[in-house]
Design a protein around this ligand. Structure first.
Ligand code: ADE
Ligand code: ZN
Length: 319
């Protein structure tokens, strides 16, 4: 994959490779329920989103210091460069670290420093997006958002992630109002496992600029027409969808249909260390199973850049 692309749906904590998990566990004196690589790898067979999240949240206990966040961010950027990524909008989950007693300064300081270094070394530009857990109360998200802004932590936007079913976007309306009022970009996971109605809520109530996943929009004709006419970006993650069983196989993935319907889709990797590969692997797998034309490949790459929050003229330079 040689076309320049933007990675817009990537969770930093989802780039923690199994080897790094065990190394950091040892280094930081953290005991995990799976002490060997083999035992850890045996956990990577998921039945749905929640079964993955249970493992993902357990493993991130190994991240303790600013240096850890710096190290994994830089490792990701090195890997991203190899897959053609020219710009990244990185997600992280502040609640996952705050609840373990790791301060926002440690987390964001380490990530930001690595992002700056990555820009110098690899030429990859960046934005940083704090994702709030939808399984936690909206009051927790609001309190953290206020702190992020009051203490001047550098974030470019907020998102909404974690368990989807039973946690409609409507719960987070005030949080997103507050973020938009303070000039932050806003995105939300919706329509991954949840129904099309959650996508509608994310659009109408949270007024998001992008939908993360969104593949279940295809169940609602009116919604598809709306998404097409608004050119709403959908950040689709094919390998993730297969591993979390929202689609049966890659050959059944609706990406091609979404392209044909005129939806503004782009390909991303979500949690590459858990789902079998980074952006290049996602492109290659889709190409192999669905057979992309050169024009479709170019459209996917261009959509990723146009859907980014990069300012001009940097955005046009990449298109
Ligand atoms: N957090 C990390 N990966 C996620 C995903 N695919 N969906 C929801 N929350 C997540
Ligand atoms: Zn995600």
């Amino acid at each position: 994959m040689k076309l320049p692309v933007a990675e817009l749906h990537i969770h930093l904590e989802g780039t923690l490779e199994p080897e790094a998990i065990l190394r950091l566990a040892k280094q930081n004196g953290v005991t995990l329920p799976w002490p060997s690589l083999e035992q850890l790898r045996d956990q990577y067979d998921f039945s749905n989103l929640q079964s993955f999240l249970d493992l993902f949240y357990t493993n991130l206990a190994v991240l303790r210091t600013r240096a850890d966040f710096h190290e994994i961010t830089l490792a990701y950027l090195r890997r991203a460069e190899a897959s053609g990524v020219r710009h990244v909008e990185l997600f992280f989950d502040p609640q996952a670290h705050l609840e373990r007693g790791i301060g926002l300064g440690e987390v964001i300081g380490g990530i930001r420093e690595a992002l700056r270094e990555g820009e110098e070394r690899f030429g990859i530009t960046h934005k940083l997006i704090a994702c709030f857990w939808r399984h936690a109360p909206a009051a927790s998200a609001m309190e953290i958002l206020r702190t992020l802004l009051a203490e001047g932590h550098q974030i470019d936007g907020i998102g909404l992630d974690s368990s989807e079913l039973g946690y409609p976007p409507a719960l987070f309306r005030a949080v997103f109002d507050y973020a938009r009022d303070h000039g932050l970009h806003v995105v939300a996971h919706a329509g991954e496992e949840g129904p099309p109605e959650y996508i509608v809520q994310a659009l109408d109530l949270l007024k998001v600029e992008r939908i993360d996943h969104g593949i279940r929009c295809l169940e609602d004709e009116g919604l598809v027409r709306r998404l097409v006419s608004e050119r709403m970006p959908l950040t689709v993650c094919p390998l993730s969808n297969v591993r979390l069983r929202t689609v049966d196989t890659l050959a059944d993935h609706p990406l091609k249909e979404m392209l044909v319907r005129g939806l503004n889709v782009s390909i991303h990797s979500d949690d590459p260390a858990y789902f079998g590969g980074y952006l290049d692997a996602n492109f290659e797998a889709v190409d192999r199973e669905l057979g992309l034309t050169n024009a479709e490949r170019a459209t996917l790459a261009r959509n990723s850049i146009e859907s980014s929050f990069l300012e001009e003229p940097a955005k046009s330079r990449l298109c």
